[in-house]
Design a protein around this ligand. Sequence first.
Ligand code: ADP
Ligand code: MG
Length: 729
Amino acid sequence: MSNIRFRALETTLGRLPVKVVPPGGKVSDFYGVNVFNREAMQKYLPRDAYKAVMAAIEHGVSVDRKMADLIALGMKDWASSKGCTSYTHWFQPLTGLTAEKHDSFFELSDGKAIEHFSGNALAQQEPDASSFPSGGIRNTFEARGYTAWDPSSPAFIMESASGKTLCIPTIFVSYTGETLDNKAPLLKALHALDKAAVDVCQYFDKDVTKVIATLGVEQEYFLVDTALLNSRPDLLTTGRSLFGHSPAKGQQLEDHYFGSIPERVYAFMQDMETEAYKLGIPLKTRHNEVAPSQFECAPVFEEINLAVDHNALLMDLMEKVARRDNFKVLLHEKPYAGINGSGKHNNWSLSTNTGKNLLSPGSTPKSNLMFLTFFITTIKAVFEHADLMRASIASASNDHRLGANEAPPAIMSIFLGTQLSNVLDEIEQKVNDKKMTADEKTALKLDIGKIPEILLDNTDRNRTSPFAFTGNKFEFRAVGSSANCSNAMMVLNTIMANQLRKFKKEVDSLIDKGTKKDEAILKVLRQYIVDSKNIRFEGNGYSDEWVKEAKRRGLSNITTTPPALDAYVSKSSMKLFEEMSIFNHREVEARHEIMLETYIKKIQIESRVMGDLAINHIIPAAIHYQTTLAKNVEGLKSIGMKPDTMTTQIGMIMEISEHLGMIKTNVDKMIDARKKANKIEDIREKAIAYCDEVKSYFDTIRYHVDKLEIMVDDELWPLAKYRELVMIR
Ligand code: ADP
Ligand code: MG
């Protein structure tokens, strides 16, 4: 059989699981061995240099040249001792991926080879920036961009078959200082948040001098056999299948075949865990699959900048490890139509230098007022900037998931659980109650103090909410599995910082007018509760009723990316970003443009692949089969059989013709739509054209191709079928 699909199936069949040899011993023996962590720094850095790094990590103090030289020297010695010969600045450009530019430690000094790594090389590097998206920023300014060391995320060693490389986490900026990456804005947001949150904490606890955000990322993914993948140009180039008839019983298949984890997958997971541990990623793989061949893993939460880096690194790592095991990791939000998609739940909270989780209800009235302050301020912040939150998770691939009856809808709402909803209702009713005596108000405060400690175990789990409170953290569930979550987290932390700042101002102004502190706090919180009521929703987010109800409430439901991205450049967002010193106008506009460009490219590629596959693979296979049927009819006639005994064959021949006609016509129309769209100058208009005019043909073309899939002789069908792709042998 020359059919690529059958060749793929043959290579896959009977493959033995890859034997992974873990480095041996306990996890604690090799955890973090490839990280320039505190322990390594203490060993390799002089005291002053160590202190300088610590001051940079803990207080954002910049590292001077002399110290940078010492740190570089120690880092090089450490890396060399581990067998590294080169280094790279590791950064997260706006492609959504990670990028590296490798340089060797090797240098010539008076004709002699030496290994050298200077403070300069540590602190700054100039990658060839022209290949990374900049939204026009570099064209108008200076055609250079550079990367700058982020000491708050530790350097690490990437191992590959061909060697080891020291990776230094960096930000990526234009020569004139405009941000061109995902990390710099996040760091700015975290800085703003720290300041705003500490100021508010001072109402409750004078010992709080630093607040960090924490993040635990649940990562869902699919695995597919490499050989089968190679028979699917669509999966290979776009990350999702553009065609494919769902298996007869859809997801229920998993009961049959996927009860336990196939050994190959188990080997991959172990391998991935081991590699993650070496890099200090505190992974806790979970072996539960939701859909066939879908899996999930989550690390223990960490400081957010580190957690975001670790997730980006993990996505890289998964792909690398999978290759060894002849798998491909599909991080796309929706690789298979009709089968559950993948998300990346972002579990987010705030934590103080005193070790308090600010979103964890306390055991005393004082600490609970603090909890309520941060809790309610988050709700208000998300309410005020719901559209920006929606924009922060918008992408061509996530569009398939949001609102697809399996994932949170594109409507931003917040789930609190019954108990906390009741607490908020009570505050709303009582705080402004003129009839209440001072004593009663004190009692109310005490009442608030009684937020039950059982809360943690008891939070109702509403899985359909895009933003849910889950006991001691909020969980932003609408983030897509392929996303670099810094975008969503930058927005969340920025709006939170902004709201905390406003909160402080409002409370201070009441205090200035003579209101007692606690009462002032409660008053402002009450107002926030009233203002943001519409965004609270405890019901089923997947239901049609909610779509209607949300409309009545005036909540946005923007189902596609191009219009969702508008929120980045709205007046209120621009003001927000500028006030919080995250982006200037140019930076936001550039970013907006890059996201639209990315969207266009994604749809354009999908559309091309779809057209090619339909015309070059599907139609020929169907014609081939149709010819066989026609020959059969001819043959039967030649032995004297009557046409009315051949209605099945003749019917099928006609049906195939109809599908072929529909496919060809719609592919042609789609190509025309693409040509038209390509002529549009305005990038937003162009993206909308791709969304509304080009993409709109996908479903029709797919419908007819999928119909052919179930008619055409299985042996002639060129693409691996869903049941083959999702079943791991
Ligand atoms: P789910 O029930 O949604 O599957 P899990 O409990 O499995 O969630 O995972 C929750 C994630 O939340 C983990 O990564 C965990 O480390 C993280 N998490 C727990 N507490 C916090 C916190 N205070 N801040 C941020 N993330 C947290
Ligand atoms: Mg979750």
